[in-house]
Design a protein around this ligand. Structure first.
Ligand SMILES: NC(=O)c1ccc[n+]([C@@H]2O[C@H](COP(=O)([O-])OP(=O)(O)OC[C@H]3O[C@@H](n4cnc5c(N)ncnc54)[C@H](OP(=O)(O)O)[C@@H]3O)[C@@H](O)[C@H]2O)c1
Length: 302
């Protein structure tokens, strides 16, 4: 039975990859916390009156903000909307939480960096986002930490899950449609399974405040790879599970061969030492997460 004093955790953006992964975790550990999940239609985080009214009516110990505008290229064509969700709303949430003594856990991105460093990025490294999405997310994390130094901001990258649009889903779909896939090989990072990210946020949310100091933390998957390396692994494993009839040819190309509307950093590797020092060894092998995702699709298609 769940303990009456189990922490009360609110999750915004509950229908996204991270939100759904937190729901799975809550179902697996029903005694650990009293979770409440809010989809966009239940709480739009850009609406100040609704945010204040919800927090007044539903006392919580911690709010995990899994809501975001994540369409990187589209952010440039919808700058006002993406900024409202990624930059302004996190500041609003942080102020509303601080006023009520609620600890905020917010999520940001490796795209706050320009990717020119020749080593993994530490929390203290200078930011210099290359695109509209990264600039909005950077403004969001700054607004959070300015409003509430107790808040935790976890930067991550290359998130995938069994739900929503992501690189794994795109590769498996294209692998069934095409004989050849051309995939960028000069951008490197750490693919992050949303299940691992959810576990990190759950762990941080359950930590007593004195054992989880506010500020920036990095969390990303291991081992580091390129989009091309990730695609090879996805397609090989998908074929082995019968999700692909045959393996397409997977050609390595450079970013210059595939100019995106919005530039991406070449180096998205995140140094997770600070988080590891706080909570111990990190479960972050994306190949384990990839198998879980493919397994769920295999079961669904059986
Ligand atoms: N995906 C990645 O590769 C990636 C990489 C680095 C960092 N991150 C960060 O990781 C976090 C989680 O990302 P994710 O992949 O789980 O994102 P996601 O799958 O796109 O989910 C985001 C969720 O937020 C909701 N949302 C959008 N605007 C909202 C609003 N105004 N009020 C309430 N909810 C709203 C979306 O609803 P709708 O579907 O209705 O829009 C969606 O359910 C985000 O902070 C993101 O920036 C993601």
């Amino acid at each position: 039975m769940r303990r009456a004093e189990a922490p009360r955790l609110l999750v915004t953006g509950a229908d996204g990859q991270l939100g759904r992964s937190l729901r799975m975790l809550a179902m697996q550990h029903p005694d650990a916390a009293r979770y409440a999940f809010l989809t966009r239609s239940q709480l739009d985080i850009t609406q100040a009156d609704a945010v204040h009214a919800w927090l007044d009516a539903h006392p919580a110990d911690c709010l995990i903000n899994a809501a975001a505008y994540t369409a990187v290229d589209r952010a440039a064509t919808e700058p006002a909307l993406s900024r409202a969700i990624n930059a302004d709303a996190p500041g609003l949430l942080a102020r509303a939480c601080a006023a009520r003594g609620i600890r905020l856990l917010h999520v940001s991105t490796d795209y706050v960096f320009d990717g020119r460093l020749d080593r993994p990025y530490r929390e203290s490294d200078p930011t210099a986002p290359l695109n509209t999405y990264g600039r909005g997310k950077l403004a969001g994390e700054q607004a959070v930490l300015n409003a509430d130094p107790r808040a935790l901001v976890v930067r991550t990258g290359w998130v995938f899950s069994a739900w929503g649009g992501n690189f794994v889903r795109t590769m498996v779909r294209l692998g069934t449609e095409r004989d050849t896939l051309r995939v960028i090989d000069d951008q490197i990072g750490g693919p992050t399974w949303a299940g691992h990210l959810a576990q990190i946020l759950h762990t941080l949310a359950l930590r007593p405040e004195g054992e989880a100091p506010g500020g920036l933390y990095h969390f990303g998957g291991q081992p580091w790879t390129s989009w091309h390396g990730f695609a090879l692994e996805i397609l090989n494993r998908a074929q082995a599970r019968g999700l692909l009839a045959r393996l397409p040819h997977i050609e390595a190309i450079s970013s210059a061969d595939w100019p995106a509307p919005e530039p991406r950093p070449a180096n998205g590797r995140l140094d997770c030492t600070r988080l590891e020092a706080l909570i111990g060894p990190l479960a972050c092998d994306w190949r384990i997460g990839l198998d879980r995702v493919l397994e769920s699709w295999q079961t669904a298609s059986a």
